[in-house]
Design a protein around this ligand. Structure first.
Ligand code: ADP
Length: 372
């Protein structure tokens, strides 16, 4: 038996899954980490609590989701002291994410001596971005000095979903061009040409791009200067506003798309506007990535909203008929991994259920068996 444990330390939660090969033996989430009244005091405590509750005999590896791998990490990586130091060096680029990931790795290492720990980076899939996609049009020396460039995130999901799309099409991955739309609490779009990420909407951080549950997505940077100068807000306050109190939450008071859809159906104007902003942003990215790819074989929706919200899928792609993109209402209302475009459509539209944990488990297993 060879088990792999996957740990995903988010800002206030730790999700875990224990696999035996591809079979899920156990899974769960510890929430309210570090919040007063309830959960464990910190991520180390949460991981300790998880490890204590699992039968880890025969554990071959632990796979850790790490949000920011910078330019250095382009593949899943076996953790040693140098790797931990390098992930620590990346904290300034991902102050909201990497510290939690690091705490989880450190705790698992301490509690499970001798078990290989593998870091799987959200950024890694996007290391193929061309320089013209990754470079912001600012002073080159300053960009270089501070590591300012587009890194992209959700890479594990975009990789899995684009590969799965090729499978559904019954064509070799290397020949298929896909636009993948990962719409969860965080949301990002990716243009994948023959298995390579060539454009993605999240940038130096997960803040850029699409409208998300609590993040604004694309914004004129002047908004930040204005809030600082005219609003007297501190940088951390603005950071918190744009990352945690914007997006659907800022527009409607609810960060959950189900709630927004229910209010919209009841005629709530703020919810109707939020839905339109959310979908219009998606339409714009699909159009832009269509232009960049030149030929698109499939547009694929995934994650909470992408997998479950027919109205978002239909509205995001409405009006793209001239591009050969259309949604069949009956298929759109169905469930499971499937095509939702009409038969004979020039561009397939797909829904694929993403599974980042399974991908991380596979990656961890692959790193460990390569090393032997
Ligand atoms: P995370 O990004 O945290 O992994 P998910 O991918 O599960 O989250 O996406 C979570 C979001 O999916 C929720 O906030 C909710 O808005 C949305 N969602 C889940 N189910 C539905 C549904 N049936 N209809 C519309 N939106 C849904």
């Amino acid at each position: 038996m060879s088990k792999v444990l996957v740990l995903n330390c988010g800002s206030s939660s730790v999700k875990y899954r224990l696999y035996d090969d591809d079979h899920v033996l156990d899974k769960g989430v510890v929430e309210r980490v570090g919040e007063p009244g309830g959960g464990p005091a910190d991520h180390a405590g949460a991981v300790r609590q998880i490890l204590a509750g699992l039968d880890l005999t025969g554990l071959a590896a632990v796979g850790h989701r790490v949000v920011h791998g910078g330019r250095r990490f382009t593949t899943p990586t076996l953790v040693d002291d140098a790797v931990l130091a390098a992930i620590t060096d990346l904290v300034p680029l991902a102050p909201l994410h990497n510290p939690a990931n690091l705490a989880g790795i450190a705790m698992a290492r301490e509690a499970l001596p001798g078990v290989p720990q593998v870091a799987v980076f959200d950024t890694a899939f996007h290391h193929t971005l061309p320089e013209s996609a990754a470079t912001y049009a600012i002073d080159r020396d300053i960009a270089q000095r501070y590591g300012i460039r587009r890194y992209g995130f959700h890479g594990t999901s975009h990789a899995y979903v684009s590969r799965r799309t090729a499978e559904l099409l019954g064509r070799p991955y290397a020949e298929v061009n896909t636009i993948t739309l990962h719409l969860g609490n965080g949301a990002s779009a990716c243009a994948v040409a023959g298995g390579r990420s060539i454009a993605t909407s999240m940038g130096m951080s997960p803040l850029e791009g699409l409208v998300m549950g609590t993040r604004s997505g694309d914004l004129d940077p002047t908004v930040v200067f204005h809030l600082r100068r005219e609003g007297g807000m501190g940088v951390d306050e603005i950071d918190d506003l744009l990352n945690h109190r914007s997006g659907l939450l800022g527009l409607t008071g609810a960060n959950d798309m189900r709630e927004v859809l229910a209010r919209r159906a009841a005629g709530d104007e703020a919810a109707m506007l939020a839905f339109d902003i959310y979908c219009r942003r998606l339409t714009g990215y699909v159009g832009a990535y269509y232009a960049l790819l030149g030929r698109v074989d499939a547009v694929t929706f995934t994650a909470g909203v992408g997998e479950h919200s027919g109205p978002v899928r239909a509205a995001a792609l409405a009006g793209l008929g001239r591009l050969g993109v259309a949604v069949d209402p009956e298929r759109n209302a169905g469930s499971g991994d499937r095509f939702i475009s009409p038969d004979g459509a020039q561009v397939a539209v797909c829904v694929v259920s993403t599974d980042e944990e399974r991908e991380i488990a596979r990656a961890a297993r692959a790193v460990v068996s390569d090393g032997n």
